[in-house]
Design a protein around this ligand. Structure first.
Ligand code: A3P
Length: 274
């Protein structure tokens, strides 16, 4: 077993899995030099990160689908805070703007982001589905601790003491930066309910106009059915030690409970702030 598999790194009071983070990689991310043309996707884990990585790749690939079929999501839109980033950043496609991902808090990343006009796409998912998805993820990911019980996991989530900190602080922190940054707030639920409209909203924000045929190609390749079969986004390239999908799939469900379609949907922003 990899010796870092069960380790934890604490950075700015928040716990991170030591298998993919070190103090150095986290510090480097907080001081990363963004360029104006960069695009940064930010999420709390389990909020639809992989889905939006796929959508962003598709928006910028201009119909050339080779990367969609041959490059894993973590190489196309790497996490700036992970250990692998120092290598992956040099392998990014030069024809696209640099696309990055992060789970870091607004407090940690704001100083670096304010030095540039980088476009930030923040994806939020309702807390109940995020929590359930996160619980199942802990069961399959070898680098996350096995939850003792669902009840304990709920307590930890509500207290914000688990890996990556508090969902509530994360979402509020990033929403609070809306006026200071070039930031688009998108919900998992709106992408689910109105995928074409959400992709059009993204295309406008990213200044990458799309023809209706291009939108069709994007919609097809970011569908749950396509993504769950694609090795490049379903994490099947990882060993069972890292992610044991015999216990449950990474792309687990792909549907939305009605309650949250009504309560959260595109009104999530307003709900949270009030
Ligand atoms: P579930 O565990 O509820 O199924 P992340 O990438 O941030 O870890 O989020 C993973 C969650 O996003 C999983 O939720 C996964 O199924 C969901 N997801 C990924 N791609 C999706 C898609 N194309 N459509 C709907 N949900 C998707």
């Amino acid at each position: 077993m990899n010796e870092r598999m069960n380790t934890t790194v604490i950075f700015d009071g928040i716990r991170f899995p030591g298998f993919i983070h070190t103090l150095e990689s986290l510090k480097a991310a907080s001081a990363f030099q963004f360029q104006d043309k960069d695009v940064l996707l930010v999420t709390f884990p389990k909020s639809g990160t992989t889905w939006m990585q796929q959508v962003l790749s598709l928006i910028f690939c201009e119909g050339h689908l080779w990367p969609i079929h041959h490059l894993p999501n973590w190489a196309r839109v790497p996490w700036i805070e992970q250990v692998s980033f120092s290598q992956l950043v040099h392998e990014l496609r030069s024809s696209w703007p640099r696309l990055f991902t992060s789970h870091l808090s607004a407090k940690v990343l704001a100083p670096a982001l304010m030095k540039s006009k980088v476009k930030v796409v923040y994806v939020a998912r309702n807390p109940k589905d995020t929590l359930v998805s996160y619980y199942h993820f802990h069961r399959i990911a070898g680098f996350m601790p096995d939850p003792s019980s669902f009840e304990d996991f709920v307590d930890e989530f509500l207290e914000g003491t688990g890996f990556f900190g508090s969902w509530f602080d994360h979402v509020k922190g990033w929403l609070g930066l809306q006026k200071d940054l070039n930031l688009l707030f998108v919900t998992y639920e709106e992408l689910h309910q109105e995928p074409r409209r959400t992709i059009q909203k993204l295309s406008e924000f990213l200044e990458r106009p799309l023809r209706p045929e291009e939108e069709d190609v994007i919609l097809q390749h970011c569908s749950f059915s396509f993504m769950s079969q694609s090795n490049m986004v379903n994490y099947s390239l990882l060993s069972n030690e890292i992610m044991d999908q015999r216990k449950g799939k990474f792309l687990r469900k792909g549907h939305l409970p009605l309650l949250y379609q009504v309560l959260w949907g595109t009104g999530g922003n307003t709900l949270l702030l009030n």
